[in-house]
Design a protein around this ligand. Structure first.
Ligand code: PGA
Length: 252
């Protein structure tokens, strides 16, 4: 339906072991055998324990891999249980999700996320920066101002902006099977893009993904919205069938 490159990003969260490669493999086979999807990029952000293993298996294929968070420090240090962006890059990740609402909910501030973004960019990872409002913030009419604050607060002005992808995910929509009205989504994505241009005084529009309960059915409601550059898919990315259905129905 469009020639513009579209992103389909799976966020596995805390899911999967080595045997879960079969999910990725099925999607990869489907992807490499279907020329229709040549204008799409598929990225799977998986647990750190799986990146290297999947990378070896995927060597000559097309799906790209990402991580889901990192420590903000660029160098080794006394941070038990932590992994930094450089280490993730070395395991084979090319992308990293940062600022996911599940991490923000456990105390990550814009300031901390900004340090993580810096560190990830230094390690040559492309950042998928999540922004989004709670239901309470939405009901108080604060969505737009909050999104602007998150963008401003999590990205350093002079940085490599082309390596930052934004992902708008209304928090109340994540894992709930509830989706924001498509007209609203369009309005908000447009707002995110124009705010980004203003804040960073750039002419290059950012890539903006949409996420929150995206599935094979509701994708048809949002596929006509050309402003959406792709999707961040949680639950439905844990099944090859559900993920493939999203892509198929998007291009229907
Ligand atoms: P969901 O998750 O698709 O299960 O709503 C999206 C996300 O958390 O990125």
């Amino acid at each position: 339906m469009t020639n513009k490159l579209k992103y389909f990003v799976g966020n596995w969260k805390m899911f999967g072991d080595f045997s879960s490669f079969k999910i990725i493999n099925k999607i990869n086979n489907f992807y490499s055998q279907n020329k229709t999807f040549i204008n799409s990029k598929i990225i799977f952000c998986v647990p750190n324990t799986l990146i290297y293993f999947f990378k070896q298996k995927l060597k000559y294929n097309s799906i790209l891999l990402g991580a889901q968070n990192c420590h903000h420090r660029q160098h080794y240090g006394p941070f038990t249980g932590s992994v930094n962006a450089k280490m993730l890059k070395k395991t084979g990740a090319d992308y990293i999700i940062l600022g996911h609402s599940e991490n923000r909910a456990s105390g990550e501030s814009d300031k901390l996320i900004k340090m993580k973004v810096e560190s990830a960019l230094k390690s040559n990872l492309t950042v998928i920066l999540c922004i989004g409002e709670t239901l309470l913030e939405k009901n108080k009419g604060k969505t737009l101002s909050l999104l602007k604050k998150q963008i401003r607060g999590s990205i350093n002005k002079n940085k490599n902006l082309s390596k930052i992808i934004l992902a708008y995910e209304p928090i109340w929509s994540i894992g709930t099977n509830k989706m924001l009205d498509p007209k609203e989504i369009q309005k908000i994505i447009k707002y995110i893009k124009s705010s980004f241009l203003k804040i960073f005084r750039t002419r290059k529009e950012p890539i903006v993904l949409y996420g929150g309960s995206v599935n094979g059915k509701n994708i048809e409601l949002i596929s006509p919205i050309s402003e959406i550059d792709g999707f961040l898919i949680g639950g439905a990315s844990q099944s090859s069938k559900k993920f493939i259905d999203i892509i198929k129905n998007y291009y229907k």
